[in-house]
Every structure is written in structure tokens, then in C-alpha cells.
Design a protein around this ligand. Sequence first.
Ligand code: FES
Length: 148
Amino acid sequence: MADLRELYQEVIFDHNRNPRNFRKMEDAHRHAEGYNPMCGDKVTVYLKLEGEVIGDVSFQGSGCAISTASASLMTEALKGKTLEEAQRLFQAFHAMVTDSDEGGHADLGKLEVLAGVREFPARVKCATLAWHTLHAALSDQKTPVSTE
Ligand code: FES
């Protein structure tokens, strides 16, 4: 169990040090801004669509290691997903980190490295910041969203 925790931490460190898809997307079809009022950290999520499919996704912003790693892992998980699959992934991820049954216990693959945050309520907002922002982008919401 300790080995698994170390492995999970290593994945989080790696995605924080070297975030994937960390860039502004000039030709995004949708984008949204989110912020965490607890700390003031902000993130912007960009989506490029090919019909109903997410062809490309990126993010920018400043945040703690958990929020950056979560955003980075999220962008990796989203490429090639349909908009509906992305909504389901948002619900499943949210259910995992809040330990609720809503959305069922889907297999979240690599995203499960973030499951441990459910033991730290303040960190749940860090882990979900990019995801709430994704949700706003999927719904084409123009006003910034908060994790509250
Ligand atoms: Fe700000 Fe984690 S401390 S998002």
C-alpha cells in the first residue's frame, strides 16, 4: 500500500513539474475560466471540437501541485472523448474525490492517483478546480466558475 501511495505521489509530482497540454489555445471552440476562492488560484481550460469529439484540450493558469497535476491528467484523459463521455468523466471524477456514489464508481484509470484527496476537504477544491472549469466549458458558460 505504501508503494502504491509513493507511485501515486510520483505521478502527481511529475504532472506538476511537467504539466501536459499547458498552453493557451488561440483557436479554441470553447474555453472557460475557473477559480478557487480559498486561495485565489485560477485556471483556463480550452477545447477544440471535431463535431461531438474533443480533438484537442489544453489549460493555463497558476495553482498548487494538486490543481496543476489534476488539470494535466484531465487533459490527457479527455482527448478523443465525446462531449457526453467528458461530462460522465467529470461526474465520475467528482464522485471519486468527494467519495459519493453519484455517477457510480467508474474506472478512472490514471486519474485514480488523485483519489487520496478525499481525506483532505480543502484539497478537494484543488483537485476539482480544472474539472469545474471543464464543466463550464462543456456547457459553454461565459462567466467564470468557482469551486464553491
Ligand atoms: Fe489553490 Fe490548490 S491551493 S488550487
